[in-house]
Design a protein around this ligand. Sequence first.
Ligand SMILES: NC(=O)c1ccc[n+]([C@@H]2O[C@H](COP(=O)([O-])OP(=O)(O)OC[C@H]3O[C@@H](n4cnc5c(N)ncnc54)[C@H](O)[C@@H]3O)[C@@H](O)[C@H]2O)c1
Length: 399
Amino acid sequence: MSRPSPSLETPLLQHITLRDKEAPQKIRKLQRCFVLTGKRSMHYNRHSLVSLELIGESGVGEILITGGAGYIGSHIVKRLLEKGMQIIVLDNLQTGHREAIIGGTFIQGDIGNERILSEIFGVHEIDSVIHMAADCLVGDSTKDPLKYFNNNVSKGIKLLGVMLKHKVKKIVFSSSAAVYGNPPRVPIEEDFPPFPINPYGETKLIFEKLLEGCKVAHGLQYISLRYFNAAGADPDGRIGEDHHPETHLIPTVLRALLRKGRKVPIYGTDYDTPDGTCIRDYIHILDIAEAHISALEALHAGVESEIFNLGNGQGFSVKQIIQAASKVTGRTIPVIETQRRPGDPPILVASSEKIEKKLGWSPRHEKLDEIIDTAWRWHRTHPHGFRSSSLKKGVARWT
Ligand SMILES: NC(=O)c1ccc[n+]([C@@H]2O[C@H](COP(=O)([O-])OP(=O)(O)OC[C@H]3O[C@@H](n4cnc5c(N)ncnc54)[C@H](O)[C@@H]3O)[C@@H](O)[C@H]2O)c1
């Protein structure tokens, strides 16, 4: 049978949108006469051209996730897939892991490469972006600020440029509570004046300003999420935190149990806190993933651009983390008490009141034991991170 080309001479163009609940059945039926071309399927006969589009329950179309092979990105990817959403991950794997992406379309490439970006936005019908890709080590940023401004700002500008060129105007940005520097009091609210004290925090703040500029000039809709320490892992134990070097406290504590001879340093025991050690805000990775998805859905529902903090509602001291880890694992954590680190404020905790009021998000996995238990499940079964279960899968590789 010869097929007419999908052009203006086609007498009827019908567009069917299927919600994912009803999709499997209908698709099977339609597949018999449809030529499947990825997301969009075309059925041609003499009288009609039918285009079939699959969209998630929330009305969100195809989503590009930059940095989706990273710790937080991979958990967002998993949750989006569970919700039946269509995703494309762009990641150069500089710190991410191919094995961490459990589904969707993966493209290995750099967010600073406009050719790749144009191809992706040209081929896929992306209507929103979750931007996670970044360099994100505070200490490293003080040693090599240019790397941070290049990746987190200059390359981010390229991403925004190509998005706007393709009329993609919704973005959720993974910012950081590092934009606040040393806040005047806690819990930190969004209207506290940002005053970053390291290049990493500076780059996050600059990117937020770029988003605001693009909102005013080009109608970009954005939600920027500021938070401190992501922690824990997906409870099914397939993905988790695998950073090299590891600078976060909870994985450092758990890894010390798995690698003989390691001790956990406690930097300062004379702070003005109940047990003398620093108090920090830890949010479960599932809550962070949920917040990004809620933000995306809010943008699609027409919520105005906003900046929101994500906080656990309470902070935990270094000693509380160590005690909880000891309880969860049933082992004694080897520690070494040492001097304060310069510039470490005693308490950093973010208020989540604004996002709770406006988007209805609040942490659901806020208990320290749960956070540590899920992290332990991952570390215990993956003592060498993703290398423990390394699979080399074929990927579309771009340079
Ligand atoms: N981990 C935290 O506690 C935390 C707290 C606040 C904010 N954040 C932010 O969340 C985001 C993710 O953090 P994470 O802990 O998952 O870090 P991560 O290093 O595990 O993930 C970052 C991912 O981005 C990729 N990437 C980096 N530069 C890229 C580029 N130019 N092109 C393509 N891919 C690139 C990396 O390969 C990696 O997969 C970052 O933007 C970070 O600033 C993290």
